[in-house]
Design a binder for this molecule. Structure first.
Ligand code: ADP
Ligand code: ASP
Ligand code: MG
Length: 409
C-alpha cells in the first residue's frame, strides 16, 4: 500500500468529461489499495478568464483581492471532482488550501509555502477517503487567502508529497512527459525518460512551463521524485530525480524559451561605486525580479546598464527606474518588450567544452542577433528579438541534435 499524490492541471480538467476521466484515474489508484491525495488546478482557462475579468474593472487590481478571486477557480475543481467520485461510489472529501493546513508568506499573487500541517488530510486518509486539495493557495500570516503564482498547483503537489512523505508524486498534464523542448514549438522535440532536478529547475526557470520552477526546487530539497505524465493516456512519463553518473554524457538535455520578458536599459550611468547597488536595491524594494544584468564597457566615465525583468513587472520597474534616473545622474532609460530569452540546459556542460561556440555559431548562421548572454554551470541563455524566439529554439534543438535518441556529445 503506497501513498500517492496526484496533481491534475487545468487542461486535464477542461469540462465534465475531463473531470470524469480524472475521477476514473483517481478511483483506479484507490481501488488498487493505495491512499490518494489529489491536487487540482482551476478548470481549463478559468484563471486566465478571472484575470481578464478583474482587469475590466480595474487595470491594477489590489493583490489581496486578486488572490481572493483566483483562489475560487481551484475551489470549483475540487468540489466537482469530489462529486464525480461520489457518483462512482468512492469516499472523497475536498479541501481548500487553508483547510488542508497550507500556510504561506504574505506576498500576495506570488506567495511561498512556509509550513504545512497535514493533520486534517491524514485523519481523512485514515478513514479511507480520497482527499482532494485546491492547488495554488494557502493561508497568509494575516489569515488571508494567498496564491502561489502561475502554475503554483505543481508546487502544492510537491510540498504535500514532501509533508506527507508520499511514495509517489505524479504531475498529470496535457503532454506525455518532459520533452527536449516545448513540443508545441519544436515538432522534433523528444520525450525524455529521466531528467535531473538541476536540469529541470533551469528549464522551468527559463520558460518551460510544464513544471513551476518552485515545485522543482521543493522536489530537490526534500528528495521528492516526480513523474510528469499525461492524464489522457495510460503510458509512462518522465521521471525528475537526483542526478546519476551517466547523465553528464549528454551535453545539452533541453532548450527553453521565454517570451514574457522585457529589457530595461539605463543610459549613461556614472561609472562609480554604489550606483548598481542603489539601482538594484530600489528594484528589490519594489518587488521586481531582475534576471540577466549586463554593464557595458565604460566610456568617459559613463556606462549603460541593461537588465531583464518579467514582462508583467516592467511597469513596476519603470516607475522605480524613471524616479532614479535623475538621482543617479543617468541620461535616460528605455523599456523594450519585444525580446525573448532562449536557453540551452544540460549537466553535461560541466565536463564538455565548445558548447557556447556551437550555440552562437548556430544562431549566427541563421542571422539571429544575440543582445545579452548569461551563463551558469549547466545553462547558457541569450536575449534575442522575440520574433525569432521559436526559430531560435528550433535551430538550437537541431544544432545539438536533440531530436535523435542519442544526442551528440
Ligand atoms: P497544466 O495545465 O497541466 O499545468 P501547463 O500548460 O502548465 O499544463 O504545462 C504543460 C505545457 O507545457 C505543455 O502543453 C507544453 O506546451 C509546455 N511545455 C513547455 N516546455 C515543455 C517541455 N520541455 N516539455 C513538455 N512540455 C513543455
Ligand atoms: N490555476 C493556476 C494557474 O492557472 C495554478 C495552476 O494551474 O497551477 O496558473
Ligand atoms: Mg501548469
Amino acid at each position: 500500500m503506497a501513498l500517492y499524490v496526484q496533481k491534475f492541471g487545468g487542461s486535464s480538467l477542461a469540462d465534465a468529461t475531463c473531470m470524469q476521466r480524472v475521477a476514473q484515474r483517481v478511483y483506479d489508484t484507490r481501488a488498487e489499495g493505495h491512499s490518494v491525495v489529489v491536487v487540482l488546478s482551476a478548470m481549463g482557462k478559468t484563471t486566465d478568464n478571472l484575470i481578464n475579468l478583474s482587469k475590466q474593472v480595474n487595470p491594477q487590481p489590489d493583490e489581496r483581492e486578486m488572490d481572493m478571486l483566483l483562489a475560487t477557480g481551484e475551489q470549483v475543481s475540487v468540489a466537482i471532482l469530489a462529486m464525480a467520485l461520489h457518483a462512482m461510489g468512492a469516499e472523497a472529501v475536498s479541501m481548500t488550501g487553508p483547510q488542508a493546513g497550507i500556510s504561506t508568506d504574505s506576498a500576495h499573487t506570488k506567495a511561498k509555502i512556509t509550513e504545512i500541517n497535514p493533520e486534517r488530510i491524514v485523519q481523512n486518509l485514515e478513514k479511507g477517503r480520497i482527499v482532494i486539495v485546491c492547488g495554488f493557495q494557502g493561508l497568509s500570516p494575516s489569515a488571508d487567502i494567498a496564491t502561489l503564482g502561475r502554475g503554483g498547483s505543481d508546487t502544492t503537489a510537491v510540498a504535500l508529497a514532501a509533508a506527507l512523505k508520499a511514495d509517489r508524486c505524479q504531475i498529470f498534464t496535457d503532454v506525455d512527459g518532459v520533452y527536449t523542448c516545448d513540443p508545441r514549438i519544436v515538432k522534433a522535440a523528444r520525450k525524455l525518460d529521466i531528467i535531473a532536478y538541476d536540469e529541470m529547475l533551469e528549464l522551468a526557470s527559463m520558460g518551460a512551463k510544464v513544471l513551476q520552477s518552485r515545485s522543482v526546487e521543493f522536489a530537490k530539497k526534500y528528495g521528492v521524485e516526480l513523474e510528469v505524465l499525461t492524464s489522457f493516456d495510460r503510458i509512462p512519463g518522465t521521471v525528475v530525480k537526483e542526478e546519476v553518473n551517466d547523465m553528464e554524457q549528454i551535453v545539452v538535455r533541453g532548450v527553453a524559451g521565454d517570451k514574457n520578458q522585457a529589457k530595461v536599459t539605463i543610459q549613461q550611468v556614472p561609472d562609480q561605486p554604489g550606483v548598481a547597488a542603489k539601482l538594484f536595491k530600489e528594484l528589490a524594494a519594489a518587488n521586481v525580479n531582475v534576471d540577466m544584468i549586463v554593464q557595458n564597457v565604460s566610456e568617459r566615465g559613463h556606462t549603460d546598464i541593461s537588465f531583464t525583468v518579467p514582462r508583467d513587472e516592467v511597469n513596476r520597474a519603470r516607475t522605480t527606474v524613471d524616479q532614479l534616473v535623475p538621482a543617479l545622474n543617468a541620461a535616460g532609460a528605455t523599456y523594450d518588450i519585444d525580446i525573448a530569452k532562449v536557453s540551452i540546459v544540460g549537466v553535461g556542460m560541466r565536463s564538455h567544452s565548445g558548447v557556447a561556440y556551437r550555440m552562437f555559431e548556430a544562431l549566427s548562421a541563421n542571422k539571429i542577433n544575440v543582445e545579452m548572454i548569461s551563463t551558469s554551470e549547466i545553462k547558457i541563455s541569450v536575449v534575442i528579438r522575440s520574433a525569432y524566439a521559436d526559430q531560435a529554439m528550433n535551430v538550437l534543438h537541431d544544432a545539438f541534435e536533440l531530436g535523435q535518441t542519442q544526442p551528440a556529445s
